[in-house]
Design a protein around this ligand. Sequence first.
Ligand code: SF4
Ligand code: SF4
Length: 189
Amino acid sequence: MERQIRYQREADLEWAHQFTKHPGCERLLSCIQCGTCSGTCPLSIYMDLTPRQVIALVREGFREDVLRSQTIWLCASCYACSVECPQKVSITDIMYRLKREAIRSNLYPKRFPIPVLAREFCDMVRQRGRNSEFWVVFRMAMRSNPKILLSMARTGWELWRKGRLSLRRERIQRINELQYIPATSKEVD
Ligand code: SF4
Ligand code: SF4
């Protein structure tokens, strides 16, 4: 991520305050910026912001910087950081919350495959009640980086040949009933 100077007037302190009210995010302000989470995280070397930086940006209200970062999508939810944090900050739950907000606000990195895959998966389940693996991966690739289809072609062919991959787009009956469930609703918070 490109480093930029940020000014206090750009911060959204009300958002940061509200953030602490979400389940799992209550101890955000207890962070002492010790960096244990970043040192523990097996993926931090690949992240554009370390977990410690994510926590610092959230509590200072720099919403867009954190929602646009790749870090929240690289987090593998292993909970190692949360277990080691001396202040019992649930960094993993904070990452989950940020992912949901990035998708809902349309601020996720647009051609980064992980959030695109998450969005396509949710859209397909919401529309059809089932995940058709071939189509969700195909749509993810077309919206992020179509070239990755070439690297998957051989595996896809072998799976299809052995009957392990279907090209059918499945749909459950009475999809309208599923759409009443909050977890599949677009309005879910
Ligand atoms: S380990 Fe906990 S206290 Fe230390 S920087 Fe990370 S979140 Fe903050
Ligand atoms: S839960 Fe996410 S941020 Fe925490 S250590 Fe695991 S990968 Fe890193």
